[in-house]
Ligand binder design. Structure first.
Ligand code: PLP
Length: 403
């Protein structure tokens, strides 16, 4: 028998969301006759149907496969038309098609990107952060490289209410890989242009590559807030951007995303990151589904973009209801504006204990902030992904938190 990858043993127990699902099942089993239905505001999974123009694109993509004249097989780095449309719609055509790689989603690309750097890389993350950055780094062994306890190779940059959820960058290690997410999951904070400028300057000075996760960019409604790291001069020399159709188009199950790797970006030795990414993708990925890509193309037409906006507006409406209900209870929140996540503070309390209290009193499932990193302790993340009737019902039940 081959031995187990030792880095698997270094993963912290249970990925957060299976653990939440387990606790929900446990609670339901303890209350088998409970007449009150449990509502989830826990996960970041979309709930609303794909809107008509985008859906027609998916249907058309499937139809094309049924005819010899229009059938297509592998699409490698993605349909040229889609790569060009992404560059036009999101980056004012600032990137060539060769700098945009179509994928099956941002999470998958985040995992694959780590292969570019290997086990020796120093990693920095916002604390709290989307768990995949840390767990993916652990899996390639990067967390172990300085032999410290636990995740010694990972530097956690605290994002707290005090610093407005933008980390101090003094602790950012030289020549490291920094995962940065804005609008942020879980804090809902969206970095300003001044903050991203500070970030890019620090990265250029310290030889850092930023993996900028813009999966929630379409939730930004404030025109002063950057939707992409490439709004910041100098970023082409220090940043890769991952993005996704999941949250703006309801493609969590359809699967489609992209990664931008500028031609200017190099490693310490001057080698091209873009060329290596093309090699990695060509080696372990065989292209996104042609059906998803047809849907993606429809999403980027003017009618499709209206649907994207409408869908994000719908979830932002949910976010406003949840945040409003929490604030009525005197709970201090961030996010829920320019972001589908609300980050609620419960000072001095343990996150899992608050999770249990909300489940007990309101029959609402949330996400304990501590699952996103040490600085998430005493916070709860509320997700705005849900049907309106459920969100209204849950928001009403949150009144019981005052009891
Ligand atoms: N990045 C962040 C910050 C997320 O919260 C998520 C999903 O919740 C993803 C990426 C995953 O995106 P995708 O569905 O494209 O894999």
């Amino acid at each position: 028998m081959p031995v187990r990858n030792p880095y698997l043993a270094a993963l912290k127990a249970g990925y957060l969301f299976p653990e939440i699902a387990r606790r929900r099942r446990e609670f339901a089993a303890l209350h088998p006759d409970d007449p009150v239905r449990i509502i989830s505001l826990g996960v970041g999974n979309t709930t609303e149907p794909v809107l008509p123009v985008i859906n027609a694109g998916l249907v058309e993509g499937a139809r094309k496969l049924s005819k010899v004249e229009t059938y297509t097989g592998y699409s490698d780095e993605g349909l040229l038309e889609l790569r060009e449309a992404i560059s036009r719609v999101f980056y004012q055509s600032a990137f060539s098609a060769g700098e945009i790689f179509i994928s099956d989603g941002a999470k998958c690309d985040i995992g694959r990107l780590q292969l570019l750097f290997g086990a020796g890389v120093k990693v920095a993350v916002q604390d709290p952060s989307y768990p995949v950055y840390v767990d993916g780094s652990v899996l390639i062994g990067a967390a172990q490289n300085d032999g410290g306890e636990g995740y010694g190779g990972i530097t956690y940059l605290p994002c707290t209410a005090e610093n407005g959820y933008f980390p101090g960058l003094e602790a950012l290690p030289q020549n490291s890989l920094l995962y940065f997410c804005s609008p942020n999951n879980p804090t809902g904070a969206t970095a300003t242009k001044a903050e991203l400028t500070e970030l890019v300057h620090a990265a250029l000075k310290k030889g850092v590559i930023i993996i900028f996760d813009a999966a929630y960019a379409e939730y930004i409604r404030d025109p002063a807030l950057p939707k992409t790291i490439y709004d910041i001069p100098g970023s082409r020399n220090c940043a890769v951007e991952v993005n996704s159709f999941s949250k703006p188009a309801g493609f969590t199950g359809v699967r489609l995303g992209w990664t931008v790797v500028p031609k200017e970006l190099t490693y310490a030795g001057g080698e091209s990151v873009n060329a290596d990414w093309s090699r990695v993708m060509g080696t372990i990925f065989n292209g996104a589904s042609n059906i998803s890509q047809a849907g993606g193309l429809a999403a980027l037409t003017s009618e499709g973009l209206k649907e994207v906006r409408a869908l994000c507006d719908f979830y932002l409406g949910n976010a406003a209801l949840i945040r409003g209900a929490l604030e009525k209870q005197g709970i201090i929140c961030s996010g829920g504006v320019n972001s589908p996540y609300i980050w609620a503070r419960f000072p001095g309390r343990d996150s899992w204990e608050v999770f249990a209290e909300i489940l007990e009193k309101c029959r609402v499932v949330t996400t304990p902030g501590s699952g996103f990193g040490p600085c998430g302790q005493s916070f709860i993340r509320f997700s705005a992904f849900g049907h309106r009737a459920d969100v209204k019902e849950a928001a009403g039940r949150l009144r019981k938190l005052a009891d």
